[in-house]
Write a protein that binds this ligand. Structure first.
Ligand code: COI
Length: 355
């Protein structure tokens, strides 16, 4: 290992690389990590000196707060390599802002922009060889923060660890995605933590999603907790519905995550003349549209999922298969999005940021 001091971040380099052990043509999402990670601890009311060091497990006391009270938040971002080998981030400012919004809601300290952005940039530069070119390939970036204070008193922790880890990825979903519309379980409630990217929001979905998986559905589309009549979001992505030629998606709220891909697709759709309505979409409206043939498409949007086509949905034990159409809005938007992210098309929105 060699230690260098770069722009305030101490860098301890791994003595060897694992890159040659990785089959980049056969990646299972989020299961391979690069040689290094970024780490910054929060102690005595302040952020400590950040470090980039070899990716490795670390020890925590069994009474560490994150294990008991779940103070844990994260982000999902991606970096792309263009034809000239330049590396680009996509709307990193949006992830940074949302990370701190989540931190505030979970009574955790906000991470200063300089720590977040310089950590991210320097880590990506160091492990740049792991980022593969070509549409569909990306480096998935997982910034996260956990409560590291010890003791089982149910108070917010005094110590925290902020880390960034990197995972080369291709697609999240490989086959078709069938969804179940939630009739009983809920993802979030008003006044709760649904809008935060908190680990517990995902854990809470695992049990009902397992039940759905057993019935042959990959995901659940959550409905509002009070009435179960409004369509909200799916476990790993926001959702869009195309009825005739209008694209509909639910407004963000205390219950719905403010997805970066969601807001990007809304802007992209408008820019190519697609009519978009951001409003509550009722389950009854969807069922009616499926029955009368006006429901043309459903797709999910997320950093990991990108744009994932949903082939059908089940509600009250009835399965509604969507029509197979050739030129879908999902494909149009996905192509445009990936072209911008991979620098194959002009970014008129200023979303891409070179590292
Ligand atoms: C993302 O899309 O980045 C997410 O955080 C979803 C996650 C469940 C993979």
């Amino acid at each position: 290992m060699s230690t260098t001091q770069t722009n305030k971040i101490e860098t301890i380099k791994a003595s060897s690389t694992k890159i040659n052990e990785v089959d980049f043509s056969n990646l299972s999402f989020g299961s391979v990590f690069t040689d290094h990670l970024f780490e910054c601890d929060y102690k005595n009311g302040e952020w400590q000196k950040p470090v980039i060091k070899p990716y490795a497990p670390f020890l925590l006391d069994p009474s560490t707060r994150v294990f008991h009270y779940g103070q844990a938040i994260f982000e999902g971002m991606k970096a792309y390599k263009d034809e000239n080998d330049d590396v680009w981030l996509f709307r990193p400012d949006e992830n940074y802002k949302r990370f701190n919004t989540s931190a505030v809601r979970m009574a955790m300290p906000e991470v200063p922009e300089d720590i977040f952005m310089s950590g991210l940039n320097q880590l990506l530069q160091l492990d740049e060889a792991w980022i593969k070119k070509g549409k569909g390939n990306a480096m998935y970036i997982r910034p996260f923060m956990i409560a590291t204070g010890t003791g089982v008193i149910a108070n917010p922790s005094d110590n925290y660890k902020f880390m960034i880890i990197l995972s080369p990825v291709s697609s999240y979903y490989s086959g078709e995605v069938k969804v179940l519309i939630a009739e009983h379980y809920s993802r979030a409630a008003n006044g709760g933590i649904g809008a935060a990217k908190a680990a517990g929001n995902y854990a809470a979905q695992f049990y009902p999603t397992n039940l759905a998986n057993k019935e042959g559905f990959q995901q659940v589309i959550w409905t509002d907790d009070a009435t179960h009549t409004k369509l909200e979001e799916a476990g790993t992505m926001n959702v869009f519905f195309r009825i005739n030629d209008t694209l509909l998606t639910a407004p963000v709220s205390e219950r719905i995550l403010d997805g970066v891909t969601r807001k990007t697709l809304i802007d992209l759709a408008k820019s190519i003349g697609i009519q978009v309505e951001v409003r509550s979409v009722l389950v009854s409206e969807l069922v009616e549209a499926a029955k009368n043939g006006s429901l043309k498409e459903i797709f999910g949007a997320g950093t990991a999922a990108v744009v994932s086509v949903i082939s059908g949905f089940s509600y009250q034990d009835v399965y509604y298969e969507l029509p197979k159409i050739e030129f879908t809005m999902a494909l149009q938007l996905k192509t445009k999005l990936e072209n911008i992210q991979n620098k194959l098309e002009e970014d008129n929105f200023g979303w891409t940021v070179k590292i």
